[in-house]
Write a protein that binds this ligand. Structure first.
Ligand SMILES: [Zn+2]
Length: 520
């Protein structure tokens, strides 16, 4: 299936309205017979509203949350982002969670519900820090080797959090043959089999901020990768300029840095800037803060960078560049030309490059050199980039998973070698998943398609009612003046949107506000 409607928004709108965009595509939901067996996953409206309430920060969300139907994809008109996560469905919201470390965690399968907030709360507890008032996560104490909270027996010397970007939890079963290291870790871990992202949207900035702060996006404020500013009419990255100023809560790295007077060795790494900022925290860009080591891949230059206002760039990877990996294959991978440092991330070569960087960071660190617990916090982004472009069950993704898994083994070995007497506590998770291939072309649309479809119904021939609608945040900002001129309310727009086959739910800000007391 190829989306051929890019640049033909009006036509796509007509396809949706007419409900017949030509013969249905021959492609099944997934090439290998995957997908939700028997049809749509069951997620109720109440659950969606609650998840939106956990992600509602005043001034940062729109008038209507437009949640794609479970069989549909709403995305950018870009071949690099044909697949888009962000919704509440299991393929987006079910994530793996492994707590690994002999002496720290008791192996086994745990059925209790767990969430990203709990990861932050668990690390906080392992560090011996008191929980803070804004935390909504709980320490997963049932998995601790000792039941006595704060017991020295559960204090590791090195705590590592590895976030495998867009690693769907069902890969653990369905791609086990490609993931021997992850499978071994899972078998040796306390595995929380019911770990679900319980807020919306399910995207990278929001997830890493939730993990790092142990609290809901409604409290830490990073409610998307991008934040639309009604005042300027512009959308910017929540972590624009690799800066942490929009993050309204302290991370466990922030708190540990302050508690140890900057003596803890804290290293954060990510395949792009925004998860690196979330994991590293505020660093020196907050009163009393110390700069941790932080490195992110810069797709403009092909090298590792930091924001020197708040963080320090580790010397171990300052000279590491993507070129040697790309030159070795003549900038071609599985028949695809890698014509920029940005596009080159959409390949298993990037798994290797990120993995090499992680090992260099760990080996070059001062982990385990004193009795203060250290932190290694990493995002490995290649599965996200590859599945955005090729889909979660493509041959390209298989190659990427296999490469990633090899590096996961090397990274864990490097961590274990540096952990010192206290040992390693390793937490492996994902930030979100990735949707299956839509059943038909008319369920594979762009943000512009949805806007055009809506305007054709409520404002035909007019300027339209949408001020901004774009990105995995799923937030639609309405043009209030136009709405008033048409005598319409956001509720009318939401009801109309729900008639679109591509839309699962359209939930107004009012509906979310009324559900706020339900937030835990
Ligand atoms: Zn993504």
């Amino acid at each position: 299936m190829r989306r051929t409607r890019v640049g033909a928004v009006a036509l796509a709108g007509a396809v949706l309205i007419g409900g017949c965009g030509g013969p249905p595509s021959a492609s099944s939901r997934d090439g290998d017979g995957s997908g939700e067996a028997g049809g749509r996953p069951e997620i109720g409206r109440e659950q969606v509203v609650e998840a939106l309430a956990r992600g509602r920060f005043p001034g940062r969300v729109g008038d209507i949350a437009v949640i794609p139907d479970s069989r549909a994809i709403i995305t950018y008109p870009s071949e690099s982002n044909r697949y888009m996560h962000g919704g509440p469905w299991p393929f987006d919201s079910d994530v793996p969670l492994l707590l690994h470390g002999p002496g720290t965690f008791r192996p086994g399968v745990y059925d209790a519900p767990a969430s990203h907030q709990d990861i932050g709360a668990t690390v906080t507890e392992l560090l011996g820090l008191p929980p803070w008032g804004g935390a909504t996560g709980r320490p997963l104490r049932e998995a601790f080797a000792s039941d006595a909270a704060g017991d020295e027996a559960v204090r590791p010397g090195l705590i590592a959090v590895l976030v495998l970007d867009a690693l769907r939890s069902d890969y653990l079963e369905r791609k086990a043959d490609l993931l021997p290291n992850l499978s071994r870790l899972a078998g040796e871990s306390a595995r929380f089999a019911n770990t679900r992202v319980d807020y919306l949207p399910t995207n990278t900035s929001t997830a890493h901020s939730t993990i790092a702060t142990a609290t809901d996006p409604a409290i830490h404020g990073i409610v998307g990768n991008g934040l639309y500013d009604r005042r300027t009419g512009e959308s910017k990255l929540a972590y624009e300029g690799a800066a942490p100023y929009n993050l309204m809560a302290l991370t466990f790295a922030d708190r540990w840095s302050v508690a140890t007077g900057g003596r803890a060795e804290i290293v954060a790494q990510a395949g792009t800037d925004y998860p690196a900022v979330a994991l590293a925290g505020h660093g020196a860009c907050i009163l009393g803060g110390h700069p941790p080591w932080m490195a992110y891949y810069d797709s403009g230059s092909g090298a590792w960078r930091t924001n020197e206002d708040c963080y320090r760039l580790p010397a171990a990877i300052a000279a590491l560049h993507f070129d040697p990996w790309l030159d070795a294959v003549d900038r071609t991978w599985m028949g695809h030309e890698l014509d920029s440092y940005g596009e080159a991330r959409r390949s298993s070569l990037f798994s290797a490059f990120e993995g090499e960087a992680a090992v260099a960071l760990i080996e070059g660190s001062a982990f385990g050199e004193d009795d203060i617990a250290d932190l290694f916090l990493a995002n490995l982004k290649s599965p996200d980039y590859v599945s955005h472009k090729y889909g979660p069950f493509s041959p390209e993704m298989d190659a990427t998973l296999a490469e990633l898994d090899g590096w996961l083994g090397r990274i864990v070995a490097a961590l274990e070698a540096k952990a010192g007497a206290g040992g390693l506590a390793l937490i492996v998770t994902a930030d979100h998943g990735m949707p299956d291939t839509p059943a038909s072309d008319d369920l594979w649309v762009t943000y512009g398609d949805v806007t055009a479809w809506l305007n054709e119904r409520v404002d035909p021939g007019g300027p339209g009612v949408v001020a901004y609608f774009e990105g995995s945040e799923n937030q639609m900002f309405l043009d209030h003046a136009r709405l008033e001129a048409l005598g319409l309310a956001p509720d009318d727009i939401a009801r109309t949107l729900e008639e679109s086959p591509a839309v699962g739910f359209a939930i107004t800000a009012d509906e979310v506000r009324q559900a706020l007391p339900a937030r835990r």
